[in-house]
Structures are given as C-alpha cells and as structure tokens.
Design a protein around this ligand. Structure first.
Ligand SMILES: Cc1ncc(COP(=O)(O)O)c(C=O)c1O
Length: 151
C-alpha cells in the first residue's frame, strides 16, 4: 500500500449513515487538497465491487484522460486498434495521431457492436479493442455479460 494511502482518519463523506448535507460539507472541506488517500480508498471500493485487484483500477479526470492513457500505453506505429464504425472518436483519433492503424468494424443492422466481427478483426498487431458501451453516436448498448466472448 502506498504511504499516502495509510489508513488514518476515516473519510466521513463516504459514510452512508451520515445525512447527505453533512457528507457534502465533509467533502467540500477536503476538496482543495490533493486526493491521494481518497483516490486509494475509491480504488479499493471499486476493486472490491468489480472483483479485481486495486492495481487494475485506473481513475482519471473524465473518460478522455483514460482513453489517452490507454492509447499512449499501447498504441504506436505498427500497432492496431479494433473499433466499431462509427464510435466515439477520441481513442481512434489518438490511435491515428500515434501512427497506429484503426481496424474499423461496421455496426450490425440494428446499430449494435458486431462482437463476432470485432473478435475476427483481432490480429497479431492488435493492442486494444475499443468497445464504447453505451455507444456514441448510436446510443445502443449491450449488457456487460455479452462481452465475455471478446476476452
Ligand atoms: C462515449 C463517450 N466517452 C467519453 C466521453 C468524454 O467523457 P469525459 O467528459 O468524461 O472525458 C464522451 C463525451 O461525449 C462520450 O460520448
């Protein structure tokens, strides 16, 4: 556990037994501080809920930051990203700017991700498969259980 995450005082704004106005006030009092400990506690809570290790949880200031980090970590010249066409543009833009190739997979006729086609598009150069769910701009979504076939 990182030093800054060492348990010390509790985090009252996470206490579900406190009235909401008090939780908001507690959070406001801390909001001008670096949230190192809060970040760690939130990661622990998410890891427990999702049944994964804390190291598998990444937090960001919005989704775009996470997409940029994923692209920077995995994509570059010679690498491939598999994505549905159309989809939320951010990571496909990053991929192209980094010199990676986007392997576009068209929607199904109902504008859902074509998961078998996406799986078939994965090749030896594939570093990331981007499944935006719910998708933008289609607005369609699939239950998380449907993605097991891609893993
Ligand atoms: C599918 C999708 N992902 C991510 C974003 C960006 O999210 P954030 O503001 O959290 O970076 C948007 C914004 O429209 C979006 O539609």
């Amino acid at each position: 556990m990182p030093l800054h995450a060492t348990p010390a005082a509790p985090l009252p704004f996470l206490d579900p037994d406190l009235p909401l106005p008090q939780r908001v006030a507690e959070w406001k009092a801390l909001s001008s501080r670096y949230p190192f400990r809060e970040e760690y506690v939130l990661k622990e809570m998410l890891a427990q809920r999702e049944g994964v290790a804390v190291e598998n949880i990444v937090l960001g200031n919005g989704c775009d930051e996470i997409l940029a980090l994923a692209a920077a970590a995995h994509l570059g010249a010679g690498a491939e990203l598999v994505a549905t066409e159309p989809t939320y543009f951010q990571i496909t833009d990053y991929a192209e700017k980094l010199g990676a190739t986007v392997r576009w997979v068209p929607f199904t006729r109902t504008m859902h991700h074509d998961l078998p086609a996406m799986a078939a598009a994965v090749g030896p150069k594939t570093k990331l498969v981007y499944v935006c769910n719910p998708d933008n701009p289609s607005g369609t979504m699939r239950p998380a259980t449907r993605f097991g076939s891609l893993a």
